[in-house]
Ligand binder design. Structure first.
Ligand code: SF4
Length: 407
């Protein structure tokens, strides 16, 4: 039987307003939130009540080695709220010595005093949702903050890191936002690097259904960088960050030595985790369970779980962590790639089945190996950087076809 997960994700859905590209589970509360007593506090405190209840409802609790408070905009909360959450885990699950405890923060939603309060609460790693340093790009993306807010936040985080108050911090950027052509992207990267963040997450813009960007795109009012431009941007990202000592340890993540995100590696390695809060996904034993995305349904779900003594930790304890195809999809995004044969063995495939299916996969992937998108070292496969990382979809689509054919 698998052990209880050692990692927990906590979703805080509140934001000031919805950014134009965002399709996450978000509750926009406006610009003037006072999280403890004033405007918005009733909604926030009610949500936290259910969140605490859900966290407590798990029976099979193990001490945690990573906690990730994401959103939404968790930095809208007061440090007292954050302390309440961390204490709840500490008192009921236990938190390992040296655990990684990350919180997402958004420029213009916290002060230097708040940051101090979050650190005192137990947060030792921060992820700053900067997205860009360029005011025109930020405005076009519907972000609420300005360049000076990002600069201030970076300054505070760098200072705390250098003082040893936190273990690490990260900047999030979005590549290929509208108006972010080669020149603007280069400026954004250089500005980011001037703060020496130990970790960087760089996501490609994706235009999702239901967003303002999607409407603008469909009506021809949005023109993000074209395919060639975005490839040039990717090449620049890869070479510049390599030059500054960053390792691209996952397709969208770069770190200086010793600063990989331990929490994210749990997802990518297909290990189990708890996911708490509206719209979040839990995968304690391999099978995924997503909480309702609408507030009242989430609250009903929590009550139901507790009243009927249901425990999401009891779902399919003997289920394998993630399906094999999902493991390949996540593993191939990592710098070290995946050993296909080890995965087959983990799933107890017989020797003959391994040989036949390996041969079929290799046949599908030969074209990518020959064209330099995919590297093969024994039975280990990994994407080349930047070409393979940029065109990873082609490799994945062929893998999913292989999976469909053999099942
Ligand atoms: S701040 Fe983040 S979560 Fe909130 S709307 Fe913007 S992108 Fe989405």
């Amino acid at each position: 039987m698998n052990k209880s997960p050692r990692s927990a994700y906590v979703h805080i859905p509140f934001c000031h307003r919805r950014c134009f590209y965002c399709d996450f589970t978000v509750i926009p509360l406006g610009d003037k939130i006072e999280p403890l007593k004033g405007y918005g506090s009733k909604t926030i405190n009610e949500y936290l009540y259910f969140l605490h209840k859900e966290i407590l409802s798990i029976k099979d609790k193990s001490p945690l080695s990573t906690i990730y408070i994401g959103g939404g905009t968790p930095s809208i909360l007061d440090p007292k709220h954050i302390k309440g959450l961390i204490d709840l885990f500490r008192d009921n699950y236990g938190i390992d010595y040296g655990a990684e405890i990350t919180m997402e923060v958004d420029p213009a939603s916290f002060s230097a005093d708040d940051l101090y309060g979050f650190i005192k609460s137990g947060i030792n790693r921060f992820s700053l949702g900067a997205q860009s340093f360029n005011n025109k790009i930020l405005k076009k993306a519907g972000r609420r903050h300005l360049r000076e807010d990002v600069e201030k936040s970076c300054f505070w985080l760098k200072k705390e890191y250098e003082a040893g108050s936190i273990k690490s911090w990260s900047i999030d950027l979005i590549q290929n936002l509208p108006l972010s052509n080669f020149k603007e992207w280069k400026e954004d990267l250089h500005k980011t690097l001037s703060y020496c963040p130990p970790h960087l997450s760089i996501y490609d813009l994706s235009i999702e259904d239901g967003t303002v960007f999607k409407k603008q795109y469909d009506s021809g009012k949005l023109s993000p960088p074209c395919e060639d431009e975005s490839y040039e941007n990717s090449k620049l990202t890869s070479s510049l960050l390599k030059h500054f000592g960053y390792s691209r340890y996952e397709i969208s993540n770069y770190s200086l030595p010793g600063h990989q995100s331990r929490h994210n590696r749990v997802y990518w390695k297909g290990l189990g985790w708890w996911g708490f809060g509206q719209g979040s996904t839990s995968s304690p034993w391999g099978k995924k369970l997503t909480r309702p995305k609408v507030s009242f349904k989430y609250k009903e779900w929590v009550n139901n779980q507790c009243e009927k003594m249901l425990d999401s930790s009891l779902v399919d304890k003997d289920h394998f962590f993630n399906e094999l195809d999902e493991k390949i999809m996540l593993g191939i995004r990592l710098k070290e790639g995946i050993n296909i044969y080890s995965l087959f063995n983990e799933h107890n495939w017989e020797k003959q089945k391994c040989v036949i299916n390996y041969g079929k996969l290799l046949k599908k992937w030969k074209i990518f190996i020959d064209s330099g998108l995919l590297n093969k070292c024994g039975n280990r496969f990994f994407l080349s950087d930047p070409k393979g990382m940029e065109l990873s979809n082609q490799v994945l689509i062929s893998m999913f076809k292989w999976w469909d054919e053999i099942n």
